[in-house]
Design a protein around this ligand. Structure first.
Ligand SMILES: [Zn+2]
Length: 274
């Protein structure tokens, strides 16, 4: 994907330097202030330290250049989703509210509770934030065999899709009892895949896609299909326990969104076949 030098979102909340308790590890931001205070207490001149403190509050001493690049990439993708959804909402006479994207490391606290990286990227409707540990990029590549920047972009666009669903109250079309069913969960997740496809349609229209990008996203959608994950984990498939849809379904709905490029056509809840 062509992304370097493009607009980055201002809605990224970088918590990579923070532990679960909100304690900041030495680095920029609050960490620097703590260090400076300590330094001052020890009799030093804080001014000396100030000069050597990174000016970017998001800078973390252990952050590799590669991870910084990934953070920039994620921020550009988020900015793209802001553009496409603002425009789509405007067409419907609505105002799109940008979600925040929280970058974290290992574990994080959200309005939906505490979570660790093992759960993968997620969206919390309670605080309208996406939560991503950038190490998921490696996991996509190694565990899911879905490498490539566009695979990661698909994941972000899918989580943003859940935000769009929240704003559109997609989930209110179902009764509480219905919502607890696997069938409902699958339809809900496939709609987020469709919405990720709508974003990809926009990215293509802007000329951001490179050769192989669409395949990377489709491959990722396939890799995270319930049947594929179950087959890998336990060697067999239990369709009744699906929560996200099969590899084929996930690919199909992403592709559908990619082809149509509009909110219309993404009604997975009333679709006769998925
Ligand atoms: Zn999802």
């Amino acid at each position: 994907m062509l992304w370097k030098g493009r607009r980055q979102s201002s809605n990224v909340e970088d918590r990579r330097g923070m532990g679960m308790g909100g304690k900041t590890v030495i680095g920029g931001g609050i960490g620097s202030i703590v260090v400076i205070l300590l330094f001052a207490l020890l009799g030093g001149n804080p001014g000396d330290l100030m000069n050597t403190t990174p000016t970017n509050p998001n800078t973390h001493m252990n952050v590799s250049t590669q991870e910084e690049e990934l953070a920039d990439f994620v921020s550009v993708v988020l900015a793209d989703t802001e553009d496409v959804w603002s425009a789509e909402f405007e067409k419907r006479g609505m105002v799109y509210e940008n979600p925040k994207l929280v970058l974290f490391r290992d574990s994080v606290q959200s309005a939906c509770g505490a979570a660790n990286s093992a759960v993968g990227p997620f969206y919390c409707p309670g605080d309208h934030k996406l939560y991503i540990d950038l190490s998921f990029y490696q996991e996509l590549k190694q565990r899911f065999q879905a490498p490539g920047d566009f695979a990661m972009a698909y994941v972000i666009a899918h989580e943003v899709g859940h935000h769009v669903q929240t704003l559109l109250h997609s989930e209110e079309e179902a009764s509480p009892a219905e919502k607890r069913t696997n069938e409902y969960s699958v339809r809900f997740e496939l709609q987020a895949d469709y919405l990720a496809g709508v974003w990809a349609h926009y990215a293509e229209g802007k000329g951001y896609l490179e050769k192989g990008d669409l395949e990377e996203a489709l491959n990722a959608a396939h890799a995270v299909g319930d049947d594929n994950i179950q087959k890998k984990a336990q060697g067999y498939v239990v369709p009744d326990s699906f929560t996200h849809g099969t590899s084929e379904q996930r690919k199909r709905w992403f592709n559908k969104g990619f082809k149509t490029g509009t909110l219309k056509g993404g009604d997975t809840f009333n679709a006769k076949s998925l």
